[in-house]
Write a protein that binds this ligand. Structure first.
Ligand code: Z7Z
Length: 397
């Protein structure tokens, strides 16, 4: 199966044509071999589950400190100071990961259940009053944009830069195309505004940011590093969750039988949210850099070369999954790679799943049907798959 390509080598995974419907292209790359060469960019790409997993987990061969975008930091310096967790290898990564893992501990997350549920109920009230809503703006953006900055403890002012910042961060990983240029145009205004809300003096004393600054008090990192880790929360935690919720809404709207299963048993809301992440992969791709030679079959990846990992393709690889293109809320999704794998696996995974669980549990209790009124509009991005508009009618239960 798959689409006809004159040559796999000509694929541009950052073009509108590709991003509009990446899935047939993924199949073509998977079928072409364990690793393929994308000549346009002079990079390697892995699209099968096993090879994506291997590239992720072998962090000594496939490093992050040269950047997880197409650009090699060693030859071309990045536009923002590198992340000290995402764009880092051990031993730096080990130390910073520990700090964020502790800040996001199960105990910390438990304290968010109640405020998140309160916001979800209030949102459902407002949505049902209107009936017809934009699922992108009114749900997928509205909910995380409220609960996540609250959880971090950000001041109310200054939050409005967050969406433009996310656009920057996730377009930055791609090539210098139009998406990159447009998003980066905001950088001179947005970057300093972001740094300003990562200061201890402005965050609340009982949020996630305060937990990170406590690591500085304990001597585990410098003050500047603590601020950088708060920035990492802002970079990584918002757009990804917005797009996950948007993708889940589209899945539920397109598969009313699956929504009925969630309504019948709201305790599967979290699993259903996870299945939509497997199927749609809000994080579609990112890169590693080979720090030494590695073989994929008889193909050699050489030291210094970039490898593009197609998470979205791994998550639908028929070599791994039964009926990979079907949305099945009863599926065992544990092995999907939408949150990564190995030492760099998403440290905010449980927070994101908590948001999804609580929001869709509230929906399941009170919304009988999520009806798509028109085709949703994709929002193109060099890394993320999301929607700028999802015209919905919500039917009260
Ligand atoms: O630390 C950071 O700034 C950071 C930025 C982006 C961490 C993670 C991510 C990220 C999340 C990248 C999901 C790709 C996919």
């Amino acid at each position: 199966m798959g689409v006809a390509h004159d040559s796999i080598a000509d694929i541009d995974p950052f073009s509108d044509e590709f991003l509009r419907d990446p899935f047939p292209h993924h199949a073509a790359m998977r079928d072409a071999g364990p690793i393929v060469r994308l000549e346009r960019y002079g990079i390697w790409a892995v699209a099968r589950y096993d090879e994506v997993f291997r590239t992720y987990t072998d962090w000594e061969t496939f490093i992050s400190s040269a950047g997880v975008g197409i650009t090699d930091f060693r030859t071309s310096p990045p536009p923002r100071p590198p992340s000290i967790i995402l764009e880092a290898d051990p031993p730096l990564h080990t130390r910073t990961h520990k700090i964020l893992a502790r800040a996001l501990s199960p105990a910390a997350l438990r304290s968010f259940r109640e405020p998140f549920a309160r916001e979800a109920e209030a949102l459902v009230d407002r949505l049902l009053e209107r009936g017809v809503v934009d699922g992108s703006r009114d749900i997928a953006q509205a909910y995380p944009l409220k609960v996540f900055p609250d959880a971090i403890g950000l001041p109310p002012h200054g939050r409005e830069v967050l969406p433009a910042y996310g656009d920057m961060v996730f377009n930055f990983f791609g090539p210098h195309n139009e998406l990159f240029t447009e998003a980066m145009a905001a950088a001179p205004a947005v970057s300093p505004a972001i740094m300003a809300i990562c200061e201890r003096a402005v965050v609340s004393p009982d949020g996630l940011a305060a937990n990170v600054f406590a690591a500085h008090d304990a001597g585990e990192c410098t003050y500047a590093e603590a601020g950088m880790l708060v920035r990492s929360l802002l970079s990584a935690g918002l757009d990804t969750t917005v797009d996950s919720i948007a993708c889940a809404l589209v899945c539920f709207a397109r598969n009313p039988d699956q929504w009925d299963l969630v309504r019948a048993n709201p305790s599967i809301a979290r699993a259903a949210f996870d299945e939509s992440i497997r199927l749609e992969s809000p994080v579609q791709t990112f890169f590693r850099t080979a720090a030494r030679s590695a073989m994929f079959g008889d193909i050699e990846v050489r030291n210094g070369e970039k490898v593009l990992m197609f998470l979205a393709s791994a998550n639908r690889d028929p070599r791994k999954w039964d009926r990979p293109d079907e949305f099945d809320v009863t599926r065992k999704t544990g092995a999907h790679i939408g949150f990564g794998a190995g030492i760099h696996r998403c440290v905010g995974e449980m927070l994101s799943k908590l948001e999804g669980e609580i929001l869709f549990t509230a929906f399941a209790r009170r919304i009988a049907r999520i009806e798509l009124l028109d085709e949703p509009t994709l929002r193109f991005n060099n890394t993320l798959r999301g929607y700028s508009r999802i015209p919905l009618r919500l039917h009260a239960a």
